[in-house]
Design a binder for this molecule. Structure first.
Ligand SMILES: Cc1cc2nc3c(=O)[nH]c(=O)nc-3n(C[C@H](O)[C@H](O)[C@H](O)COP(=O)(O)OP(=O)(O)OC[C@H]3O[C@@H](n4cnc5c(N)ncnc54)[C@H](O)[C@@H]3O)c2cc1C
Length: 460
């Protein structure tokens, strides 16, 4: 990197907040994809004004900027694929600025960790529902930029459903405000809506105003065991069509059940086709009990061979253990996991799972599936036995392409929560027409005419 540029950043931010040494560059070169690209430097803005100055300078000198939260992204969004400077918020811009108890709103900086906000608002009997499995370490800036979802999405929605307003800095260095602290706001284009899931490609988010709701007082966990994965999928939409929306409805298929059992010996039914785990919540005992009764009836209608409600929290944790540990357990099936998070309308889940079984047989790979069936989001894992065998890896990618096509043909999407980033960029043309891609490119150009902000991502 140009010495004059390094001198500028060190003067602007101080020696301790602008790093260009090998150790820092390496530390910020990776994310959860385990791919690594060395950035030219790492900057820690102290406040919004620093962000404005950094972007103004970078725009004038054509320097790439990559905003970064906790680096837990699964698609390479925070990777410096073509060099540039990583902008980190964990050092200073990590404060909960306000919890407004009158309007049920929280105002936070982008570096706040999701679970830190959850814990803080719970002290006031309030609830911030989006709970990605990475909530203990992923940042709210990263959550907004990826539109993260979680286990509670079926009932409570995802990040976008809670973002009321954003402050963000454009690549030009200008500050914009998008959205309001109001339930209704129809004035102007929905710029906050465009920034959500924009993966750091349009503007740097410097402040987030989030909607909070009341924390439900009661929760119950139930589990159903099914002989076939299709029966379990039918049970999902049968429950929903009876007007009951569980907080979460998660599933494990047979391969996932067998993997967890092989690793942890929990006494899971290894001959079952699928397990469904559902939480229902509320404030009134009778309404929670009535939801459980509907759940039981729907599961039985779909031939569940077992239906069990946890007696207490310990038993609930035991039920959830299998779901929480399946991602790591399925590694017994291969040395490389091609893991995608396709999503389809919930009524299409049986067809999706059937199609995946066919693709699995056609290519000869094990494809364990689990995930958030309550919102139609299935984690499909094409397991490659030997990651060093190029032919196997190539075949695995072909299988993934077929899985994407299947999801799109069923009216679904390439990604329910992990975003596009680098990993899914080549598949964008499966899901979007040329006219739609051109619109994305025009939006990118309007925000970032010099292409300095996280370029070469999202297939743009
Ligand atoms: C074990 C594990 C489990 C996971 N489970 C889930 C899950 O259940 N649901 C889910 O949705 N995701 C999940 N993820 C993926 C990941 O945690 C989410 O995508 C998360 O939102 C990323 O947050 P982050 O702070 O790590 O962001 P990063 O990975 O650092 O960045 C993600 C993207 O956001 C951009 N960005 C970050 N901060 C800003 C900012 N202030 N302004 C503009 N752009 C910014 C980056 O440029 C990048 O494109 C999981 C990941 C792991 C490793």
């Amino acid at each position: 990197m140009d010495k004059a540029h390094i001198a500028y950043f060190k003067k602007l931010l101080g020696e301790d907040n602008a790093y260009f040494d090998e150790a820092h560059r390496r530390a910020y070169s990776y994310d959860a994809t385990r791919k690594s690209f060395l950035p030219d430097g790492v900057l820690f803005p102290r406040d919004e004004n620093d962000v404005c100055e950094i972007l103004k300078f970078c725009n004038a000198h054509q320097i790439i900027i990559i905003p970064r939260g906790a680096g837990s992204g699964f698609t390479g969004g925070a990777l410096a694929v073509n060099g540039g400077l990583v902008l980190g918020f964990e050092k200073y811009m990590n404060k909960i600025l306000e919890i407004d108890l009158e309007n049920l709103v929280a105002r936070v900086q982008p570096g706040v960790i999701n679970s830190a906000l959850q814990k803080e608002v719970a002290k006031f009997g309030l609830f911030y529902p989006p709970d990605p499995a990475s909530m203990e370490y992923s940042s709210l800036g990263g959550n907004v930029s990826e539109n993260a979802g979680g286990m509670r999405a079926a009932k409570y929605g995802i990040t976008k459903d809670y973002v009321m307003a954003l402050r963000a800095v454009l690549p030009s260095g200008e500050l914009i405000r998008a959205g309001k602290r109001t339930i209704k706001d129809v004035a102007g284009y929905n710029i906050a809506g465009i920034l959500i899931a924009s993966e750091g490609s349009l503007a740097v988010i410097t402040e987030i105003t989030l909607k909070l709701i009341a924390l439900p007082k009661l929760k119950k966990t139930a589990m159903g065991v099914f002989d076939s994965v299709q029966s379990a999928m039918n049970a999902v939409y049968k429950t929903l069509s009876k007007g009951v929306t569980p907080v979460s409805m998660e599933f494990l298929d047979r391969l996932s059940i067998q993997a967890v059992e092989q690793k942890f010996h929990k006494g899971l039914p290894t001959d079952a086709g699928a397990i469904l785990i559902a939480d229902v919540d509320g404030n009134v005992k009778e309404s929670v009990e009535s939801d459980l009764a509907v759940l039981k009836e729907s599961f039985k209608d779909c031939n569940a061979r077992e239906f069990r409600v946890a007696k207490d929290e310990a038993e609930a944790a035991d039920i959830w253990f299998a779901r929480r540990n399946c991602s790591q357990s399925i590694n017994i099936y291969g040395t490389l996991k091609l893991n995608e998070d396709i999503t389809v309308p919930r009524s299409k889940l049986p067809e999706l799972l059937e199609g995946i079984e066919q693709i699995s047989s056609k290519y000869g790979f094990k494809v364990p599936c689990f995930g958030h069936t309550g919102d139609g989001n299935v984690h499909t894992n094409v397991m490659i036995p030997d990651k060093n065998d190029e032919k196997q890896v190539q075949k695995g990618h072909e299988a993934i392409t077929e899985i994407f096509k299947l999801a799109v043909n069923l009216g679904g999407t390439l990604s329910g929560e992990h975003g596009i980033g680098l990993s899914k960029a080549p598949f964008m043309k499966l899901a979007f027409s040329e006219a739609e891609m051109n619109l994305f490119r025009a939006i990118k150009k309007a925000f970032d005419p010099n292409n300095i902000l996280n370029p070469y991502k999202m297939g743009l």
